[in-house]
Design a protein around this ligand. Structure first.
Ligand SMILES: CC(=O)N[C@H]1[C@@H](OP(=O)(O)OP(=O)(O)OC[C@H]2O[C@@H](n3ccc(=O)[nH]c3=O)[C@H](O)[C@@H]2O)O[C@H](CO)[C@@H](O)[C@@H]1O[C@H](C)C(=O)N[C@@H](C)C(=O)N[C@H](CCC(=O)O)C(=O)O
Ligand SMILES: Nc1ncnc2c1ncn2[C@@H]1O[C@H](COP(=O)(O)OP(=O)(O)OP(=O)(O)O)[C@@H](O)[C@H]1O
Ligand SMILES: N[C@H](CCC[C@H](N)C(=O)O)C(=O)O
Ligand SMILES: [Mg+2]
Length: 496
């Protein structure tokens, strides 16, 4: 594509240099530039992409996108806002691929991965071709790719993925939409069919600073939906909101999409009643605008009833019959790394779960308390270079529900592991937890071993925070680490 053809995606811009320069790719990271690429100079929070222009040109960049004219040899497309330009130019370059499928986006503090996974199962069981973007992996047709970021891709990568999905005739893309992704404009230009809101509780205050700002970032998904009412079903847009979460009221005001509410405690369009939770699963009666049905799911915990409700509401909107939604959900055995049972035949229960927020831990542990017959041992930590204010709160929640605590590392990244552990302690102490029942063990393998060695018959060991992750990030290096494998080895060591 020629540079001036690409530039037509933006109204206010000018080209400094040869307008007919051929562009064969787009890149925003100098380390990945290939000959013929357009290199986007993005001012970031840590460095300024303009400083990497010379390196990109050395690697063969054919042109640049800049916010100011640089003294360099290649043509420049000068724009007002490089991040906005990244979204607009990438969408143009990849042919507005998200418009070739229905995109269902899920936002919220917890439950995004689980909800996307459930929707994908329901729709693929209906014979639709599905794509999935979330932190377990990215699914394009029948191929799976690793997700190198935890959640929502940068606009450029996102549009590249949509193109690949469109090329294999994907009907539905179901994706997690993080608050960072919304706030940084990564999903600008993505045409969503449906936005789903799971819940809003504390996380990411390192980035958003206040809960109001965090709530507003998630609101961007809903404020962009629905303003072009249409008689054509495929063009309609839906906002699926959790009626039991106070933020939903604000989101329903922000959106012009048709609102479908779901919940347990409040009056709503898709509601679960008569809920029964056991260690083996969850039962509930579904009362909805499309009829009633009894659901028996293998997924445990009340929070998974909420995730199921979001999935049910959004697929009912797609016209999937309630009975068939139920059949699909009843077949889901486990979502990778979420309340996943680790069994080597031992006489106590070991669960690996991805809870990494105060509310996530509250949900996971309160569920465990509903069925635990013995003591509850919790192994957990808090991520480095992430919200520090959630650390004592996570200590407090784990103390509330556990008999023994093993506080350990969970991706310390560039922080000192011991310092993170110290940030957690005030929450444990403040909750009045006995000092002889918790230990700080920075080595996660050791912490898991100790918890498993301590457990007796009928006890429950919860290993929280890493779920499906297969690494421990220490100073930017990802070391192999899988809670499930480490727990299995520890159990074998104990019983073998
Ligand atoms: C806070 C945040 O999200 N930051 C993201 C942002 O960083 P930034 O704006 O500071 O960029 P920067 O590192 O200063 O770099 C500026 C520009 O220079 C370029 N550069 C940089 C170095 C170089 O050698 N060459 C080069 O060209 C970069 O590619 C970039 O275009 O843009 C970068 C490039 O795309 C991302 O890597 C980076 O994600 C960081 C690594 C991150 O950890 N993000 C997390 C917090 C995140 O986004 N998490 C959410 C999940 C949240 C949830 O649980 O809901 C997610 O969606 O993944
Ligand atoms: N609806 C929910 N409400 C509260 N907690 C939940 C809910 N669903 C899951 N959880 C808890 O949060 C953990 C993470 O769930 P999940 O991976 O689905 O969330 P996520 O929103 O995708 O997280 P991330 O922001 O890391 O992508 C689970 O392991 C579980 O402990
Ligand atoms: N999406 C979350 C994942 C956290 C997972 C946990 N294992 C950690 O590293 O803190 C984040 O990026 O904050
Ligand atoms: Mg997720």
């Amino acid at each position: 594509m020629k540079l001036n053809e690409l530039a037509s995606a933006l109204l206010i811009t000018h080209i400094h240099g040869e307008v007919n320069t051929e562009i064969t790719g787009i890149e925003a990271d100098s380390r990945k530039v290939k000959p013929g690429d357009l290199f986007l100079c993005v001012p970031g929070l840590t460095v300024d992409g303009h400083d990497y222009a010379p390196r990109a040109i050395e690697l063969g960049a054919a042109a640049l996108v800049t916010e100011r004219v640089l003294d360099v040899s290649v043509p420049q497309l000068v724009v007002k806002d490089a991040r906005y330009a990244m979204a607009a130019l990438s969408a143009h370059f990849y042919g507005y691929a998200s418009k070739e499928m229905k995109v269902i986006g899920v936002t919220g503090t917890n439950g995004k991965t689980t909800t996307t996974y459930l929707i994908e199962r329901i729709l693929s069981d209906q014979g639709f071709k599905t794509g999935l973007m979330g932190n377990i992996h990215i699914k394009i047709g029948s191929d799976y790719e690793e997700n190198k970021v935890t959640n929502t891709q940068e606009a450029l990568e996102l549009q590249r993925i949509f193109r690949k999905m469109a090329d294999v005739q994907t009907d539905y893309c179901i994706m997690e939409v993080s608050s960072h992704g919304l706030d940084m404009g990564r999903v600008k230009g993505v045409q969503f069919r449906t936005g789903i809101f799971t819940n809003l509780t504390q996380d990411h205050l390192d980035y958003h600073k206040t809960m109001d700002a965090y709530q507003a970032a998630k609101g961007l998904l809903f404020s962009r939906l629905g303003n072009g009412f249409s008689a054509v079903d495929a063009e309609r847009q839906y906002a699926v909101l959790n009626a039991d979460d106070p933020a939903s009221e604000a989101y329903s005001k922000l959106t012009a999409a048709q609102v479908i509410t779901y919940g347990i405690d409040s009056e709503c369009d898709v509601r679960a009643t008569d809920i029964r939770i056991t260690a083996q699963g969850t039962e509930f009666r579904l009362v909805s605008f499309a009829g009633e049905a009894l659901f028996r799911m293998k997924l445990v915990g009340k929070f998974n009833v909420y995730n199921a409700l979001g999935a049910i509401a959004s697929t009912l909107a797609e016209g999937v019959p309630l009975e068939q939604i139920r059949n699909s959900l009843e077949r889901v055995a486990v979502v990778d790394g979420r309340m996943e049972v680790v069994s080597e035949g031992q006489d106590f229960l070991v669960l690996v779960d991805y809870a990494h927020t105060p509310d996530g831990l509250d949900n996971a542990l309160s569920t465990i308390r509903e069925f635990a017959e013995g003591n509850v041992y919790t192994v957990f930590g808090c991520g480095g270079d992430r919200d520090r204010r959630k650390r004592p709160l996570m200590g407090e929640v784990t103390a509330k529900y556990s008999d023994y605590l093993y506080v350990t590392s969970d991706n310390p990244r560039t922080e000192k592991p011991e310092a993170i552990l110290e940030d957690i302690v005030p929450g444990i102490v403040g909750a009045g937890f006995p000092s002889d029942k918790y230990e700080l063990i920075a080595d996660r393998r050791l912490a898991i071993q100790k918890a498993i060695e301590g457990a007796g018959p009928k006890d429950v060991v919860l290993i929280a925070g890493k779920g499906h992750e297969t690494y421990q990030d220490i100073m930017g290096v990802k070391h192999d680490f899988d809670d499930r494998l480490v727990a299995k080895a520890a159990i074998r060591g104990r019983i073998g």
